[in-house]
Every structure is written in C-alpha cells, then in structure tokens.
Design a protein around this ligand. Structure first.
Ligand SMILES: Cc1cc2nc3c(=O)[nH]c(=O)nc-3n(C[C@H](O)[C@H](O)[C@H](O)COP(=O)(O)OP(=O)(O)OC[C@H]3O[C@@H](n4cnc5c(N)ncnc54)[C@H](O)[C@@H]3O)c2cc1C
Ligand code: FES
Length: 510
C-alpha cells in the first residue's frame, strides 16, 4: 500500500471494488453520454437511468479513480466559503438556496443508499465549526448571524466543542450533517446504473469532443459515442480550454488517517477557521483493528505545483493532530488530492458556456464535492428532462465572474506570474543529477525539459511545457507526478496525463 513518496492509498481504496470493468469495443449511440466516473458523473448517470434514459459512462481510469476516492467524505451544508461571504456575493436568497441545495444533496445520498440497498456506512452526525482565537470568534459570530439571516435556526453557538483539547473558544453546532464511505457508495451506484440498463466503460479515455445537435465523444482507441446530451463530469472540464479555468483555481490538500482508541473522540465533523483550514472526521468502521477508530484529518492546502517540498504538509498535519488530539496513536494513512476553488465559492454546474445547449459541465466543487457532485446529478437531470430547477441560475457556469472579482484577479495574477518559469534556470544542469525515483526540470536552450529517473536509474525526458496553455510543470514528490501550477493539470512520471484541464500527454523533449 505504501508508495515511494511515503503517501498511501486513501482509506477507501482498501475496500474490495465491485467488478465494473466493461471494455469499450464498438461505437455506440445513446441518449446521454457521461464522461467521468466520479460522484458527479455517476450520480447524473444513475438519476438519468431512473428516468428511463439510455446512458453510457466513459471513465479513463476506474470508477472513483479521480478525486472522489481521495475525499474525506464529510457531507455538509455548512459551506467553507461561509454564509456571510455568500450573502455578500449572492444575496440572502442565493445563500439560502445554496444551503438548501447541499442539505437536499445529503438527503439524496441517504435516500439512494436506502433505496438501492447500498451499505456505505452512511451516518448522520453533527458538525462543529471551531474558533481558536478572538479574531476567529468574531468570524464565528458573523457566521451565526448569517445562518440566522438565511433561516437556519437549528445552528447554535456552543461554549465548547465536544473535544476539549481542540479549543477553549466557542463553536457553532450544525446538526444533521453526514459522513459515508465513498467507494462503497460509488460501487453501489455503478451496480444500480448497470442493473437499470446503463453502460459503464472504464479505461475509456475521451480524447476528443464534438458538439452539435448530436454530440460525440471519441476515445483514444477511436470508438465514438454519439448522444443527444453530453455531460462532461471530469472534475475540471477537459472540453473547455479557457473560460471556466479563469474562474477557478486548483489546490492540493492533504490527509492523515490516525488510529485513536475506540470511542475516545465523539463521532462528528470538525472544522476550524484557519486559512488553510483543518477538517476532521471519524471513520469508525475501517480502523483496521476493533480497538481503534480512524481519525481522518485534512488540511495544509496550497496551490497546485507551488510547494517546494509537499511532504512537509503531512508533517505539519501530523504535528497539528497530535497537539489537538493527544490520544492520537499511529498514522496509518497519508494521501493528498486536488480541489478546484471557484472564485465566488459555488460550483459551476449546467450548460457549458459558449457550447451547444446539449453539453453540460460540473466543476468548481471546492471542499464540498460530495454534495456539489450530487447537486450536479439532480440539476443536470432536470435540465435534460426539461424541468425547472430552483438552483439552475445559482450554479450556472456562465454566471458573471465579477461576483468574486477580488479572488478572480488574485488567482489570474498568480497564473500570469507562473510564466516567469520559462525564463528561470533549470533545477539541475545535467540529467545525471536527477536521482532514482525523483523528477527535476532541466533547461535545454530556450526550452525546459521534465526529467524523471525511474527506480532502475533510467532517465525519461519530456517537454516540461503543459499542453493546456503552456505553463511549466513542477515535480510533486508526494504523488510522483508532474503538476502544472496554472490550472492544475497533472501528468504521471512518464508524461501521461492524469488530471485535466490538459487532455493530452506532455510532448516529447525537443
Ligand atoms: C483530500 C480531499 C478531501 C476532500 N474532502 C471532501 C469532503 O470531506 N467532502 C466533500 O464534499 N468533498 C470533499 N472533497 C472534494 C471531492 O472529493 C471532489 O470534489 C469530488 O470527489 C469530485 O468529484 P467529481 O466526480 O467531480 O470528480 P472525480 O472524482 O475526479 O471524477 C472525474 C473522473 O473523470 C475521469 N476523466 C477525466 N478526464 C477524462 C477523459 N478525458 N475521459 C474519460 N474520463 C475522464 C477521471 O479519471 C475521474 O475519475 C475532497 C477532496 C480531496 C482531494
Ligand atoms: S493547466 Fe493550464 S497551463 Fe497547465
């Protein structure tokens, strides 16, 4: 389970996966083609098969093989962006709708698990937003006022959260949140989709999208799926070169899974108000030993491709965990993943701007991808079924970026600054300086080359220029990948694309 870098697979990947490997060997025509087998894609596919649509899902890797399996799977409508910010951006009505949509998403997951008999450890738990300083206490009070303004009276201020060691300051108590086991849920969804006549193909990478009255997705092997509707649920849209990618920013976030004595930490969700914030939950069913629960702690976020030594993020998280949870014992999981932060705090779900009306995207889901992904399923299903949906305007991908204009400028300035990497020196002068199991950037004349040395000492060279919009990639020593600091594309050590928006591999080294 250990990788070279010290990272492990996420806790959910220990679970035996349902056999959902179907190999695509022909061209297919269908009602709806869904690209992406994460929570957004599978929820959409599931709800549409229930409507009687003929649905085909294409997934590059395996079901859940993207960010969904890397989640910590808090289910919450206490949004990270904070309701006092959302009220400023979307007004009280917009913030209320956002709150309701995430609450409905948790209900929907609970309902699907029940109706389809998916044993996915779904539990309703309370959530606690914790202040740890007088300044944070002020923010907490602002948030309390905001949730009262949007009509959520069940949220109350408490003197202390249930874990004494977390903070001596007050907290907000959010009842009726949730937690679950994402891979058990996705495998159950995949089975239900297939039982209802849907088709799921894993190992099917879509390399080309064609819009039109009938939309077409063409795979690397050359098979085409023609559909009346095309849903691109690839976490970040790989069918969009520019527009959406200026309105969201990619961040790496880190997780440690630590054994704690059984029942020593109350089963709840905990978040603080730091920037980046910490997020904590329990997984009582998968601690590996009956005498322990697994405490899952996340945080230490930074912009993708912009940390020199990401292993420090695990160390920082472990230090924080031991300080706040003195009962913490052995760390048995460490993993990282990527989230896309939209400039105004809400996901982009609906028709792809500038495209045909039958092409839909679901992206920008921040730390709330479980609920945003479920909202995607409900909202896109309504759009395809031509039913009104109260959230359509709120999540419209074509909405003005001006709502979060400060963040928009900050993130796009940050992207522009990354272009400096084209003129800086390489990290090494000679490829022989690159050690086994690592990657470094080498300057070759006017260009930069990504050099990876495999465990046998063989050096592999690729162009270091990201095929999306041309920024220079950097080596991620935790995940052994080449990460683009601009819009978050990632490539494996041999240059093969892992995460969009790039949809092709790193080019050959010139
Ligand atoms: C460490 C971490 C903790 C998190 N914690 C939480 C949490 O507690 N609560 C919460 O709500 N959210 C959380 N999130 C966010 C959440 O996990 C994600 O936002 C969510 O899983 C995204 O789902 P998705 O379906 O949009 O994308 P993905 O799960 O990434 O699915 C997209 C799929 O598309 C496939 N794909 C991409 N390109 C192509 C192509 N060209 N052809 C075919 N297939 C393609 C990929 O292989 C992938 O499987 C967390 C994320 C991380 C990383
Ligand atoms: S992801 Fe946009 S330039 Fe690399």
């Amino acid at each position: 389970m250990k990788k070279e870098s010290g990272a492990t697979l996420p806790v959910w990947m220990n679970h035996e996966q349902a056999p959902v490997r179907q190999v695509l060997r022909e061209n297919i025509a269908c009602d709806v083609c869904v690209v992406g087998g994460g929570i957004a894609g599978l929820t959409t596919a599931y709800l549409l098969t229930r409507e009687g649509k003929k649905v085909v899902v294409l997934e590059s890797k395996e079901i859940g093989g993207g960010e969904s399996s890397r989640t910590t799977a808090h289910l919450s409508n206490a949004l990270d962006e904070q309701y006092y910010n959302l009220i400023k951006l979307f007004g009280k009505d917009g913030a209320r709708l956002a709150c309701q949509s995430h609450a409905r998403a948790i209900d929907k997951i609970e309902q699907i698990a029940k109706e389809e008999n998916i044993d996915c450890d779904f539990h309703r738990v309370d959530g606690y937003l914790i202040a740890t300083s007088p300044e944070e206490q002020d923010k907490l009070m602002q948030e309390l006022e905001a949730v009262q303004q949007i009509g959520w009276p069940e949220v109350v201020l408490r003197k202390h959260c249930p874990v004494d060691s977390l903070s001596t300051y007050p907290c907000l108590h959010f009842p009726n949140q949730g937690r679950f086991h994402i891979m058990k849920y996705l495998n159950g969804l995949a089975k239900s989709i297939q039982d209802k006549g849907g088709q799921i193909y894993s190992g099917a990478h879509v390399k080309e999208f064609k819009s039109g009255a009938v939309a077409t997705a063409i795979t690397t092997e050359g098979h085409s799926i023609s559909a009346n509707h095309l849903v691109v649920a690839t976490n970040t849209p790989v069918n969009d070169k520019f527009a959406i990618h200026t309105k969201q920013a990619p961040y790496r976030t880190y997780v440690v899974g630590v054994q704690v004595p059984k029942d020593s930490v109350p089963d709840a969700l905990y978040w603080d108000l730091k920037d980046p914030y910490h997020y904590v939950r329990l997984q009582k069913e998968t601690a590996g030993d009956e005498t322990f629960d697994l405490l899952i702690v996340g945080g230490a976020d930074h912009k993708t491709g912009q940390h020199d030594n990401p292993a420090e993020c695990f160390e920082e998280l472990e230090r924080w965990t031991r300080l706040k949870f003195p009962m913490a014992e052995q760390v048995i999981y460490r993993w990282s993943g990527q989230v896309y932060e939209p400039v105004d705090g809400l996901a982009f779900i609906g028709r792809n701007p500038g495209d045909e009306d039958n092409v839909y995207i679901a992206t920008g889901d921040s730390g709330h991808g479980m609920t945003h992904g479920t909202i995607s399923g409900m909202l896109i299903t309504d759009l395809i079924m031509e039913r009104p949906n109260p959230w359509a305007k709120l999540y419209d991908p074509g909405r003005s970026g001006l709502k979060g204009v400060g963040e928009y400028l900050k993130e796009n300035l940050n992207v522009a600054v990354q272009m400096k990497d084209h003129i800086t020196p390489g990290e090494v002068d000679d490829q022989m300086e690159v050690l086994p199991g690592t990657g470094r950037i080498l300057r070759k004349g006017a260009t930069k080359v990504a050099v990876y040395c495999d465990p046998n000492g063989v050096r592999h060279q690729h162009s270091a220029v990201c095929p999306h919009l041309g920024c220079v990639v950097s080596w991620n020593s935790v995940e052994s990948s080449w990460d683009c600091p601009c819009h978050g594309s990632r490539f494996d050590p041999y240059g093969k694309v892992v995460t969009g928006p790039a949809n092709t591999d790193l080019g050959p080294a010139k």
